[in-house]
Write a protein that binds this ligand. Structure first.
Ligand SMILES: [Mn+2]
Length: 431
């Protein structure tokens, strides 16, 4: 049985119904923006080029430490995960790449995986290694750490896994590996901070030496969890120290949920961008900790301020500045495809709003210490409803005017529920 795909005609019918009102909204916004010296078509085209990768594990229902409530029609293997990523991209047109996670996504036949992605028009983004849990049949345990473990043999096993991820990624056309380790300690005195960091540097440099010359290695920091007292790569400063020590192909990756509450993440972005060490970004949102909620659902203003810094870095550094963007969320109470569609849209929205900030006016206000005018300039962009720009960018590329509505109209989930009967045993992971 051929897997069901959302057809172009379903999207075209949906768009035909939305066309007249979209055109009116787009023209009205275009007129308002032109009074501010902004050309709406150019913003639309810039937004259309933006890409945020979907993580393969995001299309399945996640879970918390307590439970996982499986959804219906969930993908059962990496091919079906790609099918869901395809549905997301067909409707949303902002995520042409997929980030794989090994060994969860290990396929017997890499050639088949590659051709499946090619048929769907998807490409592979950064690969992710996993040394934060033990796999079936694994010789040595990561219970007390992986790249920083006291035992050289455990570290070697973790390094080997990362090198294997690079080999798999090379086959698939990826150009980066993201390394996150949960290594650390739960209690004071458990671990020597300095020795653990030195062991990390030694292991990470062994991975670094295995990078092809056109690859990047992203170091992802996280404040806490699963280590609840001290994590080895706990913040952007430590990540920066490690990336600097490793070399130019190592950069820092910022995951929005991996900081203490109220941390000024936009400022971290500015610092890392200045140092040319901002390699990538994992988008999600949170109220308390690493909640992995949908991007833009809790703190949309923060997301906008982060994009303000990203656009600013883009203007300063040009094509040289190209962080890898990915959605990194866990979907517990929503349909994962709908959450990812909405999140891609919200990330695009923050980007579009940051693009329409009047930067000349902002700079002049900053120079003159005109605090109110500076603030007004930034918030004027934030308060502009850029929805028509996002919809036009999608429609221009063959996507849906309203991706969630079109997804529901397509009957995709119902079809997948029939195609993919659940065996009740599958697990998804959260990073
Ligand atoms: Mn992450």
């Amino acid at each position: 049985m051929d897997a069901f795909r959302i057809s172009d005609s379903v999207i075209a019918d949906h768009n035909a119904r939305a066309a007249a009102s979209l055109k009116r909204d787009y023209d009205n916004l275009g007129e308002a923006l032109s009074r501010r010296g902004v050309k709406i078509d150019s913003i639309r085209d810039t937004v259309a080029r933006f890409n945020v990768a979907v993580p393969s594990w995001g299309v399945g229902t996640g879970g918390t430490r307590f439970a996982r409530f499986a959804g219906v029609g969930e993908p059962r293997n990496v091919y079906e995960k790609l099918d869901d990523c395809d549905a997301i991209h067909r409707l949303g047109r902002i995520s042409r790449t997929v980030s794989l996670h090994f060994p969860w996504d290990k396929a017997e036949d890499l050639g088949r995986l590659k051709s499946h992605a090619r048929e769907l028009g998807l490409a592979f983004d950064a690969v992710n290694s996993n040394t934060f849990q033990d796999q079936a049949g694994q010789t040595l345990s990561y219970k007390f750490g992986s790249l920083t473990h006291q035992d050289r043999e455990v570290r070697k096993q973790a390094v080997r896994h990362n090198l294997e991820c690079i080999e798999l990624g090379k086959e698939l056309g990826s150009k980066a590996i993201t390394v996150w380790v949960g290594d650390g300690s739960n209690f004071p005195g458990q671990q020597d901070f300095t020795e653990a960091f030195e062991r990390y540097l030694e292991s990470a440099s062994e991975i670094y030496r295995g990078l092809p010359s056109d690859w990047m290695m992203f170091l992802e920091h996280k404040l806490f969890e699963p280590a609840f007292y001290a994590t080895v790569i706990n913040d952007w400063g430590t990540s920066y120290l490690a990336a600097s020590r490793l070399g130019p192909q190592a950069k820092c990756l910022v995951d929005l949920g991996h900081h203490a509450p109220n941390t000024n993440i936009e400022m971290i972005v500015a610092r890392l961008a200045w140092a040319k060490k901002l390699g990538g970004f994992h988008f999600n949102d949170s109220m308390y900790g690493d909640d992995d909620l949908d991007s833009g659902s809790i703190k949309p203003f923060q997301l906008f301020l982060i994009f303000n810094e990203l656009v600013s870095a883009e203007r300063r550094q040009g094509a040289e500045f190209k962080p890898a963007y990915m959605l990194d969320q866990s979907h517990n109470v929503t349909d994962p495809i709908e959450s990812l569609l909405l999140s891609g849209q919200e990330v695009g929205r923050a980007y579009a709003k940051a693009l329409i900030i009047d930067r000349a006016k902002l700079s002049a206000a900053q120079q003159a210490n005109d605090v109110i005018e500076a603030r007004r300039t930034v918030t004027a962009a934030y308060q502009t409803d850029v929805s028509p720009i996002l919809a036009a960018a999608r429609v221009q590329q063959g996507g849906a005017a309203d991706p969630i509505a079109a997804f529901r109209e397509s009957g995709y989930r119902e079809r997948k529920t029939k195609e993919r009967p659940s065996d009740g045993s599958r697990r998804s992971g959260i990073v």
